[in-house]
Each structure stands twice: as structure tokens, then as C-alpha cells.
Design a binder for this molecule. Structure first.
Ligand code: ATP
Ligand code: MG
Length: 726
């Protein structure tokens, strides 16, 4: 059994022993907030003798809850159960299993995930005759979520005795949606919180029971709670008034989802404890973190310090291409491995899920085991499997597995019954499902099935002469797959499809010498799609930065650090200055995950998702040059590109922002206005294709290396931009 006070500083000890009243710990990353919280839990159990059933300990993700449970397990007596170390929604499920009978629900209610909700929304929209082109599923669900916040729906549509007429279902979105849920007593995440609050509001004896039971409540990452979370927490803590919250406003990364860090800042506490020594990262890493976050205006300045040894310099690697970036990462991982570092101690972080694709392929090629935390491997993502199944079926119509996967994706109103008879026909004739469909199509009144055949036949024809990337584009549009995802406004899936397209384009370019056929491509990627990875062995971890919150890893790579990717262009467009600051906090979270070494990487090239050439992220530009060692050559022009982009993006979002270029603004203006930039591929009527190496000060002429090997300086009017892949 660990000594509860061992390895705690005096302020942490104070946090541990301040058990009564409203206590707040405000502190930066890696200062031991979570450690103090877990030790406090053990203190309350081991020293005060409180039963864990009387302590509620809330955190933000399931991963963080699991981590916390295992930390606590090492400190409290075995046999003590810590069921109430969980997320807020996890708590609500436990609460409702006990209390939901009050509303006449069975305690065996089910919980809907995001996909389930979308499916129900689609059915409801169909029933109401709402066209999905006019109202997307996402908008529909957002409206439902907003009206659910008012809680009126519970009494009107959910409680026993609530009768929903056919007419109501046709006219009211809420009626249509909720009555579908109620068929299976299925609750979505909003319901979990709403029903819990509803019961606490209306059943004083339930409120009294829980307020009495929960002697102590603790909340980690409290800066990311929203108003409903706060309402619930405050209500539960209303009895004993022992509420302990910890958080860091600099790590608030969920304002886009309604988090209210201001409620954390304005929490009325009896005592505040401030921690400022970071125990996680080396000074070099911490300097970079402090430097980046100091660029946020909307913050209370604080600097962390550490007594750790200097450590290795933070490295910024710049690659000429994405391949160079991933190759470099692989070589660094190999070097670490040679020095005895365990794979388990390495994490690769990125801003958006689609960015995992290039890294995954590189890791698979290098035979390095990896796990994606809180997500799915790129080639196992649904839309990727769907898209590839279309290509597979076009390549080989005997592929029944692909056929079954996509015949009804997107929906073509093909149900179980139709499939059963098709399977039987194929079996009887000893032919593939696709052939059976073609032969028997006239026997069925199924326009959707006809359309499906058209897509496959058109694809077969096109594949004879067209490129694979064009074929994929054609299939994604022709099949309606992309349209369906667009209607769902599912940006993540769209980004993944763009990424697949962009990887195929790259594949074609890198093999331009030989002719590549569809079947070559499908064979080549089988390595990535058939990978039956071992799960047990310790593996390298990959995850989005949001998933990495609260965690720590000895060696951290932050990849894809290009303007538009990180900070994310969409976030800045949507949330303006606040968006930029939230992205910067996300960068701060990412940097402060690293214990021993930090690698920051980015590369040049074109990004299909942002539809922009890549320039180093503004967050890299904000790091003082002496704080990082740069590997790879970054021409000054690239940094200039970054500045120009910041300028362009900010002008879009904030027209009043003063322009603050330090040097030679004229040149930057010229660069901004020029259609040609360093690294662009251009066409010359005589020399053919070439890449721009440098530009004159006024961006009127360019030095270009042509494919022939010749280097020439050419004036702008003689150049044309090579078609950018759209
Ligand atoms: P974050 O803001 O990222 O959630 P945190 O403030 O919760 O960070 P912890 O995860 O609790 O920080 O601690 C960071 C690291 O520092 C952990 O490895 C922890 O074991 C270690 N640590 C915390 N306090 C001390 C201490 N007093 N002495 C030595 N190590 C400590
Ligand atoms: Mg923590």
C-alpha cells in the first residue's frame, strides 16, 4: 500500500487534507492536480474511513476514469469498490439504473451512441417527409438537443401515459424522434443528464438520498464542464457541501461543445490551492509550452517551472513532403527503440482523425505495432471500407463480401427479404450475388438496385481508361455515398474520404512510370486493409489531442503542424478569435503531454481538406527560435507564407485586427497577391513542368527547377499553375 503523502509537495498535501467545504485547485498542466485528487480519495477512504460508495469522483473521458481507478486501486484497501470513479454520463447511467423506476421506465434501459441517434433521426425525418437536402441529420439532432435542454419533452413524450398520435409524429420533430426512442426505452446522452436532473428536481426523497449518500464529490478537468454538468454537480453537493474541483483554464478545449471555463474561474470557493511546479516535463518542453500559451490574450498569465534536468532539445522537423515527414518520424522511432525505449512510451498526436492515414501506412510498412486510442484505424473506418468495397466490386464482380457491404449503402431501400431471395437465387445458380442481381433485376421492382448496377457498370467502363482517383471520385458521387455523408454534415468522414483520394493520387504519381491498374492498387493496399494486428503486445499509441487530455507519455510527436490543419481552419472561421485561442490551448495540451522528449513535425505539399498549400503552423512561428532545434531546411519564404495566411485568415475573421508584420511588408504583400509560391508546381510552355525554388522580392519572377533538371529564372506571365487536384 502506497503511503498517501509520499511524493506530494506541501500544497498538494494541503489539497489532500482539505476535505471539508468547497475547495478549488487551479493549476497548470502536469502540476499534479490529478495526483492530488487521487491521493485525496485515498485519504478520505483510508484515514477518514469513508466508504467509496459515498464518494463521487468525476472525470472527463472513460480513459481518464480508467486511469484514475487504477491509480486509486494502488492506494485503497483491496475490496473497496470505486464504482463512482467515472464520467458524468457514467454516473448518470448508475443513478438512473437505481432511480428511473420513478418515471415508469425499466431499469434495463439502453444507451444510444452517436450512430444510433443518427439512425433514429433519419427514420424520423423520413416519416415526417423532411428532405435531407434541406435539413441535415446533424441539424435535426442539434435542434432536438437544444429543445431537450428545456426538459419539457420528458413530460410530453416520455413518461408513461404520454400518448403520441400519428399526426404529432408527422408534425413534431421531437414527437417523431422521441417516440422512436421509447420503443426500446433507449436514452441518448442528453437524456441521461436531463432525466437525472429531472428526477432530482421532482422527487425530493431521491435528491435527499443522493445528497446524503455523496459525502464527498471531486471533479477533475472542471474547466470543461458545461452549465448542465455544473447544475448537476452543485445539486448533488448540496447536502454535505464537500465539493473539490480541479482544473486549468489554459486547457479548456471544449468551448465548441458548450463548456464554460468561466464557471470554473468564478466558482465560489472556501479555499483555493495553486500549484505551479510541473513534475511531468523537462524545462525545454515546458519553455515551449509557456511560450506558445503566452500568446493568448484571454487568460490569466501564469508560468510553470520545473526542477527536472534540462533534457533533450525540442525538435522541429520540416519535410519537403508528407512522405519525408512520416519517414523522419519512423527513423526517430527506430532510433528511440535502439536506445531501449519501449514502444508503449511513445505517442503520436494529431489534430484531426484523418491525419492518422499516412502515419498508419508508414508504421505498417515499418512493422511497428500501434494502437489508435479512442478511435478506429483509418482503413477500418466505415466510409473508407465502403469506398474501397465499391472499388473492389468494380474490379471483381464475384466479390460477394463487398457486394453485401455496399448494396444498401447509401440506402437503396433494399431490405432483408430482398437480400434473402437474392442470396437464394445466387446459391441456386452457383453465381455471384452481383450476377444474380443483374440476371433477375427485371423480376423486382427495385429502382435502387437498378441504380446500383448502373454505378458498378459505369465504374467498370471507366476503369478501362481512367485513373483510379478519378474512378473513386466518380463512384463516390455516382453512388450517392458522398452526398449522404455531406447531408449528415459529417466533416470527419468527408475528411477521411478526401484523405483516401489524396493518398490514391499520391500512389498514382509515385508510379507514373508504369501503368497502374485498379487491381494493382487493391492488391497493394491489402497490406493495410487485411492487417490482423495483435492487441496484447505493448504498442505505440496514436490519438487526437482531445483524446490525450490528462494523459502523459515519455516521448511525444505532434504531427501535421501546418496552417489550416492545426490551428484548424474551420474552427477559426467558425469561432473567430476565440477559435484561435482554443486551438492554441489545444496546442498547449499537446505539448504538455510530453515528459522526456518532444518532436514537432510538418511538411510542404497540398492538403485536400483545407484546399491549401501547407505552410508551417503559426504555433511553430510563435516558439522562440532558440527553443527548438530545426531539422530540415525551411526557406524563409515558407515562414512568410505562414504570416500571409494568418493575415488572410484573420482578415476574413477579424477585419479590425492591426497588421503587425515586422519586416518588409511590401514583399509580403506581393507574396500574398501572387498566384505563385515557393514549392508550387508550375507549367512553362517550353520547359514543361517545374517546381518553384525561390521568388524575386516583388514576386515578379521565379527560379524554377524543371523536370528536365534545368534551373531557370522565369517571369510570372510565362507560367501557369499546374492543376491543383480538386
Ligand atoms: P494535467 O493538467 O495534464 O491533467 P495534472 O496537473 O493532473 O496534469 P498529474 O497528471 O497529476 O498532473 O501529474 C503529472 C506527473 O507528475 C505525474 O507523473 C505525477 O505522478 C507527477 N507528480 C505529481 N506530483 C508530484 C510530486 N509532488 N512529486 C513528484 N512527482 C509528481
Ligand atoms: Mg490531470
Amino acid at each position: 500500500m502506497e503511503d498517501i503523502f509520499e511524493g506530494l509537495n506541501s500544497r498538494q498535501k494541503e489539497a489532500v487534507t482539505s476535505t471539508e467545504g468547497r475547495i478549488r485547485v487551479v493549476a497548470g498542466a502536469g502540476t499534479g492536480k490529478t495526483k492530488a485528487l487521487t491521493h485525496r480519495y485515498a485519504y478520505i477512504v483510508n484515514v477518514l474511513g469513508i466508504d467509496p460508495a459515498n464518494i463521487l469522483c468525476l472525470t472527463f473521458t472513460n480513459k481518464a476514469a480508467a486511469e484514475m481507478r487504477s491509480r486509486i486501486a494502488g492506494m485503497v484497501h483491496s475490496g473497496d469498490y470505486n464504482d463512482f470513479v467515472c464520467t458524468i454520463h457514467g454516473f448518470c447511467v448508475k443513478f438512473l439504473r437505481k432511480e428511473i423506476y420513478r418515471l415508469g421506465f425499466p431499469k434495463s434501459f439502453t444507451v444510444l451512441d452517436e450512430e444510433d441517434c443518427k439512425a433514429i433521426a433519419k427514420e424520423a425525418m423520413d416519416e415526417m417527409g423532411l428532405k435531407r437536402t434541406e435539413k441535415t441529420v446533424k441539424m435535426f439532432l442539434e435542434e432536438i438537443g437544444a429543445s431537450k435542454a428545456l426538459q419539457g419533452y420528458i413530460g410530453t413524450y416520455m413518461l408513461p401515459g404520454a400518448k403520441v398520435s400519428d399526426n404529432q409524429r408527422k408534425t413534431s420533430k421531437m414527437a417523431a424522434y422521441v417516440s422512436r426512442q421509447m420503443k426500446n426505452y433507449a436514452l441518448d446522452f442528453d437524456d441521461l443528464l436531463n432525466l437525472t436532473r429531472y428526477i432530482l428536481d421532482r422527487f425530493p426523497e431521491a435528491l435527499a438520498w443522493w445528497q446524503e449518500a455523496l459525502n464527498y464529490i471531486m471533479v477533475d478537468e472542471a474547466q470543461d464542464c458545461n452549465t448542465d454538468d455544473w447544475d448537476l454537480i452543485e445539486r448533488l453537493a448540496g447536502g454535505h457541501r464537500n465539493l473539490f474541483i480541479v482544473g486549468d483554464p489554459d486547457q479548456a478545449i471544449y468551448e465548441w461543445r458548450g463548456a464554460r471555463p468561466d464557471l470554473f474561474v468564478n466558482f465560489g470557493s472556501d479555499k483555493d490551492i495553486i500549484l505551479d511546479e510541473n513534475y511531468r516535463s523537462t524545462p525545454k518542453i515546458l519553455d515551449v509550452a509557456n511560450c506558445v500559451i503566452s500568446n493568448n490574450r484571454n487568460r490569466i498569465p501564469k508560468d510553470l517551472f520545473t526542477r527536472k534536468e534540462e533534457g533533450k532539445p525540442v525538435i522541429h522537423f520540416h519535410g519537403k513532403s508528407e512522405t519525408e515527414e512520416t519517414d523522419w518520424i519512423i527513423s526517430q522511432i527506430r532510433t528511440l527503440r535502439e536506445r531501449g525505449v519501449k514502444l508503449n512510451d511513445i505517442a503520436i498526436l494529431y489534430r484531426s482523425t484523418y491525419l492518422s492515414r499516412a502515419l498508419e501506412q508508414a508504421l505498417l510498412n515499418a512493422k511497428i505495432d500501434y494502437t489508435i486510442w479512442g478511435g478506429t484505424r483509418f482503413f477500418e473506418r466505415r466510409e473508407i471500407k465502403d469506398a474501397l468495397s465499391y472499388l473492389r466490386l468494380i474490379n471483381n464482380q464475384d466479390d460477394d463480401i463487398s457486394f453485401r457491404r455496399i448494396i444498401n449503402v447509401p440506402s437503396r431501400k433494399i431490405g432483408r427479404k430482398f437480400m434473402d431471395s437474392l442470396e437464394a437465387a445466387a446459391e441456386r445458380d452457383g453465381i455471384s450475388l452481383y450476377s444474380a442481381l443483374q440476371i433477375h433485376i427485371s423480376e423486382f421492382d427495385k429502382p435502387g438496385a437498378r441504380a446500383f448496377i448502373d454505378v458498378i457498370e459505369d465504374g467498370k467502363q471507366f476503369a478501362l481508361g481512367g485513373s483510379i482517383s478519378d474512378l473513386l471520385n466518380r463512384v463516390l458521387e455516382g453512388s450517392g455515398l458522398k452526398k449522404a455523408i455531406r447531408e449528415d454534415q459529417d466533416e470527419e468522414r468527408l475528411e477521411n474520404l478526401d484523405e483516401l483520394l489524396s493518398s490514391i493520387k499520391f500512389y498514382e504519381r509515385s508510379r507514373s512510370e508504369e501503368e497502374v491498374t485498379l487491381s494493382d492498387y487493391l492488391q497493394d493496399i491489402a497490406l493495410y486493409t487485411n492487417d490482423d494486428h495483435r492487441k496484447e503486445a505493448p504498442t505505440l499509441k496514436m490519438m487526437t489531442i482531445h483524446q490525450a487530455k490528462g494523459l502523459e507519455f515519455p516521448f511525444v510527436f505532434i504531427t501535421g503542424l501546418s496552417e489550416g490543419i492545426f490551428p484548424n481552419l474551420r474552427t477559426i472561421r467558425e469561432w473567430k478569435k476565440n477559435g484561435e485561442e482554443e486551438e492554441r490551448r489545444l496546442m498547449y495540451v499537446a505539448i504538455t503531454r510530453a515528459e522526456k522528449a518532444l518532436f514537432l513535425t510538418e511538411s510542404e505539399g497540398y492538403n485536400l481538406s483545407t484546399k491549401m498549400n501547407k505552410y508551417p503552423s503559426r504555433f511553430l512561428a510563435e516558439i522562440k527560435r532558440e527553443m527548438v532545434v530545426t531539422e530540415g531546411f525551411i526557406p524563409e519564404e515558407l515562414w512568410r507564407g505562414t504570416k500571409n495566411l494568418i493575415h488572410v485568415i484573420d482578415e476574413e475573421t477579424d477585419p479590425h485586427r492591426p497588421i503587425s508584420f515586422d519586416d518588409d511588408f511590401e514583399e509580403e504583400r506581393a507574396a500574398y497577391e501572387s498566384p505563385f509560391h515557393i514549392g508550387d508546381t508550375v507549367l512553362h510552355p517550353v520547359f514543361g513542368e517545374g517546381v518553384i525554388l525561390s521568388a524575386s522580392k516583388d514576386y515578379a519572377s521565379f527560379t524554377i527547377e524543371f523536370s528536365s533538371g534545368a534551373t531557370r529564372t522565369v517571369r510570372a506571365p510565362f507560367l501557369k499553375l499546374q492543376d491543383i487536384p480538386e
